[in-house]
Design a protein around this ligand. Structure first.
Ligand SMILES: [Zn+2]
Length: 419
């Protein structure tokens, strides 16, 4: 590959990338805004279709979730794009991005703005429309300057990452099975730091059902769901174990009607985070026992909904090797890449749990994501495209080493299991 030529081409794209990113940021694609997501998807589909591969539009699965009234509601999400190039090539890489943002159509933050100091502020510029453009630019450059028949690539852009990928996780996990490595385009930190291990994350809804009664006339006949839930919440919060990094955050609560009515319904929703698979399993056991105990000893009935949609991401030897390659590639760009663990989670968690070594912050550098101050560093659009190009090239030559390490690890685990 003629590096200098490919880098010059990427640099020549800088202004057009910035203009396209501004257009994309101005299209609202908040999770659940299906027409907005479809418009963004058309832009990316046109880009992908400039290659000679095959595009499939894949409907997301629907998912059932408990709302704050304790009722199960079915949620639907936008379609995914799934593009495959050279699916028969010996080495396969899966590139993943999400088209949705956290900003709904009625949010006040809707338009991008170029600011001093090479900064672009706007909804989704960092998380992750900028990242997807960097990915697509790297693929263009790879095909134009390197395109070796050794490497096949697959791009999946989902529409529901910001709400936990409930409609796309299964599709992604299936795709992980036929890939050597995953490249995901969440933003890096402002100083360029990428994410290493990630906490797992679960959302739960705990519903307490009691018996309503007139608070004045027949108070004794009532069973107060709010009081029962309040004591359950105390016990839930006590599961937090700071030493292990296991956090239970009760984030929402609702219940009751009028003040002179004993409430028969109370609901809380909570998020759980932990570093290790063992802690996830231990917590789930504790939680089941708590619900059983509540149902045995309280005068209200409890039901629990939800689970871990993001398992913890731990770093396998193959994943470590892939990160080492990224550091090497960074040095070729005169950049010293750093990785740090994070309590946040993304599709990289699910892909890692499916056995796929991945780097999940290959997108642009930015900050204040999920707020109306979200920004990205304009230079990082082309810089990160170059980094991805180098990684693709490395994978095309050495991707087999990742697979060998994975096989070695699973043999070792099987050995342990049979001991
Ligand atoms: Zn994101």
């Amino acid at each position: 590959m003629d590096l200098q030529e490919s880098f010059r081409w990427i640099e020549s794209e800088r202004e057009s990338l910035l203009a396209r990113l501004c257009e994309l940021s101005a299209i609202n694609s908040g999770s659940g805004n299906l027409p907005g997501i479809a418009r963004v998807s058309e832009v990316f589909a046109a880009d992908l279709n400039s290659h000679s591969g095959h595009l499939e539009v894949v409907p997301s699965a629907t998912a059932q979730r408990a709302n704050l009234n304790g009722e199960l509601v079915t949620e639907s999400y936008g379609d995914m794009l799934d593009y495959r190039m050279r699916p028969a090539a010996p080495i396969q890489v899966l590139l993943v991005g999400h088209m949705d943002t956290v900003f709904p159509a009625d949010h006040h933050f809707q338009l991008p703005e170029v600011q001093d100091g090479g900064v672009l502020k706007g909804p989704g510029v960092a998380d992750m429309k900028g990242g997807i453009l960097a990915m697509l630019t790297a693929l263009q450059a790879y095909e134009a300057f390197a395109g070796s028949g050794q490497l096949g690539w697959r791009v999946i852009l989902n529409a529901d990452e910001e709400t936990g990928s409930h409609g796309s996780a299964d599709h992604l996990v299936k795709a992980a099975g036929s890939a050597h490595a995953g490249m995901i385009y969440e933003p890096g930190l402002t100083d360029g730091t990428l994410s290493r291990a990630r906490k797992g994350s679960a959302n739960f809804t705990l519903v307490a059902k009691g018996e309503s009664a007139h608070a004045g006339r027949e108070f004794h006949k009532g069973r107060n769901a709010i009081v029962a839930l309040a004591s359950a919440i105390d016990r839930l919060a006590a599961f937090t174990d700071s030493e292990k990094g296991l956090m239970v955050n009760v984030g929402r609560i609702q219940g009751g009607t009028a003040l002179n009515v004993v409430p028969d319904n109370a609901v809380c929703q909570f998020n759980v985070r932990c570093w290790r698979r063992e802690d996830q399993e231990g917590f789930l056991r504790q939680l089941q026992e708590l619900v059983q105990d509540l149902n045995a000893h309280s005068d209200c009935r409890f039901s629990l909904h939800g689970g871990f949609s993001r398992p913890p991401k731990t770093i396998s030897p193959a994943n470590q090797l892939f990160m080492d390659w990224a550091v090497d590639c960074g040095r070729q760009l005169s950049e010293e890449l750093r990785f740090a663990d994070t309590g946040g989670c993304c599709d990289g968690n699910n892909l890692a749990a499916a056995g796929l070594p991945n780097i999940d912050t290959l997108g642009v550098q930015g900050g204040y994501i999920h707020t109306d101050q979200e920004f990205m560093l304009i230079d990082s659009l082309t810089q990160r495209a170059k980094l991805s190009l180098l990684l693709l090239d490395r994978l095309s030559r050495q991707g087999d080493e990742l697979l060998a390490l994975r096989e070695q690890q699973s043999r070792a685990e099987e050995g342990l299991a049979t001991c």
